[in-house]
Design a protein around this ligand. Structure first.
Ligand code: PFF
Length: 528
């Protein structure tokens, strides 16, 4: 049987770029940049990109394609294939857990984007009091708030629509679903984003207030020294480096096994070194150029510096929903631009969320031998449960924040560490770089092997140790005292146990199949 691959060479780049470009670029990045010292954050971000982002991306692409050619597409199968160690399959199954948990909150935020886009499109957005629109959309009034007016309401409709749309794309498969959707959603969102950016950059000084013009807005994002901190203070704060590394992982979808899975469907002669760089560059452009010039400067011009409290900036995804409706209300053609912005967010979110569903589906297909429909039903049931869980426990968005925090700030460091150690120490950098350079026009020099083997793991270790030193005890106290936090961690644990079980069954199947293949080969040998 011929193995499934992307239809075109460009397909894998589109899919990986689609996974990378998402809410992390347009909502999370601007808030993080301002919160951690603007220009100083950019230095930490670029350093993390060079010493963590690129090496881990290349490692995932290499290990993914290598195993895909040998018939393994799930993270569990890939880890076993490259290490030749059966117990590493269990580590791979934990990677799949991360993406499933991300789906459980990411699709909830995606549904807010859809709800806002529809509100602007149909003129349902009020002229003022936007805070209450956000509270109502996210259910911030308290746990169960979204269900108070009955199950069938606008917000739940949007959530169900997003779930169904994601499942439909996954059901259509790698080529007809993911590749097809990304091939027009990405250009479309790029056009919307450029139009939005152009609009913001031509606003001048919309309110006429001194000190709130475009240059002040841009300076607020980029200036190395911020009003409350000097450049050196920001740069020497470990939190700046942690936040930057976390942003690189989240934004490039690294360490979550998405690239492993997507790259395993690449063809054996695809140029993975260049594809990886192209996808990362596209992501960086959307993040550090387009997004950085859009949201914060616009909010600064219309709302002034007083809006940027620690609270407004710190929450990873809410800034766009809280700040921008006010901005659009004061902007000429605000309804149109409001629609455009939230529609662009919705498209960006879908191309990312499908990449968080596919790894679990692939594990079930490959591990249990289930068809796509059955695998999607099982994975979809867990993800739908997770989404409704986050949509129910909306007091302070605690369920969402807990899953986001543990998966995207902690577990991802561990898993990224496993990937880079497998590449550098088990697979071997020499073999790894040869594999990475095979079929590539871009030659990754041998000295980069040194970075991948020593610098990246060390960098990860230091960042992770610094985090544990600063925050671990605080987080453990939070677990002990809050039942929503405990239940959210319970969901993560349940998903992990389920994936471990699937992997144990997969190992039995794989070993039986390989034994059979060996016997067949022996048979051919003896009869020949
Ligand atoms: N990279 C996506 C974003 O920037 O929004 C989010 C994401 C997708 C994270 C897939 C992790 C993942 F596995």
């Amino acid at each position: 049987m011929s193995r499934e691959t992307w239809a075109t060479r460009f397909g894998v780049i589109l899919a990986v770029a689609g996974s990378a470009i998402g809410l992390g670029n347009f909502l999370r990045f601007p808030g993080q940049a301002v919160l951690h010292g603007g220009g100083a954050f950019m230095i930490a971000y670029l350093t993390a990109f060079l010493f963590l982002g690129l090496p881990i991306a290349w490692a995932e692409w290499t290990l993914g394609r290598y195993s895909g050619i040998r018939g393994y597409n799930s993270a569990a199968g890939i880890f076993r294939c490259v290490t030749k160690n059966r117990s590493m399959a269990y580590a791979g199954s934990l990677v799949v857990t991360l993406t499933t948990v991300i789906s459980a909150f990411y699709i909830f935020v995606e549904s807010w984007c859809l709800a806002y886009a529809l509100r602007y499109l149909f003129g349902w957005m009020p002229d003022s009091n936007f805070d209450s629109v956000f509270k109502e959309s996210a259910g911030l009034q308290g746990n169960g708030a979204l269900f108070q007016s009955g199950f069938w309401n606008f917000n739940i409709f949007c959530l169900l629509f997003c779930l169904a749309f994601n499942y439909l794309l996954i059901y259509r498969g790698i080529v007809k679903g993911i590749e097809w959707f990304c091939s027009f959603a990405l250009p479309c969102l790029l056009i919307c984003a450029l139009v939005m950016m152009f609009r913001v950059l031509t606003l001048g000084n919309p309110t006429g207030i001194e000190g709130q013009d475009l240059l002040n807005g841009l300076g607020f994002v980029w200036n190395p020294s911020q009003p409350d901190k000097t450049f050196l203070e920001s740069l020497s704060d470990p939190e700046t480096w942690l936040a930057a590394a976390g942003q690189v992982f989240f934004s490039l979808s690294l360490g979550f096994g998405v690239i492993l899975t997507y790259a395993s469907f690449a063809r054996h002669d695809d140029d993975i070194a260049l594809s990886s760089l192209t996808a990362a560059a596209a992501n960086g452009f959307c993040e550090a150029v387009i997004a950085a010039m859009m949201i914060i400067p616009a909010a600064y011009m219309f709302l002034g510096p007083a809006f940027f409290t620690q609270e407004n900036l710190g929450s990873a995804f809410t800034i766009g929903f809280q700040a921008l409706p006010d901005v659009f209300a004061q902007m000429p053609m605000g309804q149109f631009f409001g629609f455009l912005f939230f529609f662009l967010l919705f498209l960006a979110a879908v191309t990312s969320s499908i990449s968080t569903i596919q790894p679990a589906v692939t594990l079930l297909e490959e591990g249990l031998g289930l068809g796509r429909k059955a695998s999607l039903t099982v994975a979809g049931t867990m993800i739908t449960f997770g989404c409704f869980f986050t949509a129910y426990f909306t007091d302070n968005l605690l369920a969402l924040a807990t899953m986001d925090f543990w998966v995207c700030n902690i577990f991802v460091f561990l898993m990224a560490g496993v990937v880079i150690i497998i590449f550098g120490w088990v697979f071997g950098t020499k073999k790894g770089l040869a594999e990475l350079n095979a079929g590539s026009q871009l030659r990754i020099p041998a000295w980069f092997g040194f970075v991948m083997k020593y610098i990246s793991p060390l960098y990860l270790l230091i960042v992770f140790a610094a985090w544990a030193w600063l925050y671990l005890s605080e987080r453990l106290v939070q677990i002990a005292g809050n039942s929503v936090v405990q239940m959210s961690l319970g969901f993560i644990l349940f998903t992990a146990l389920f994936n471990l079980f699937v992997t144990s069954q997969a190992l039995i199947r794989w070993e039986r199949k390989e034994k059979q293949q060996n016997n067949d080969q022996d048979g051919i040998f003896f009869s020949g």
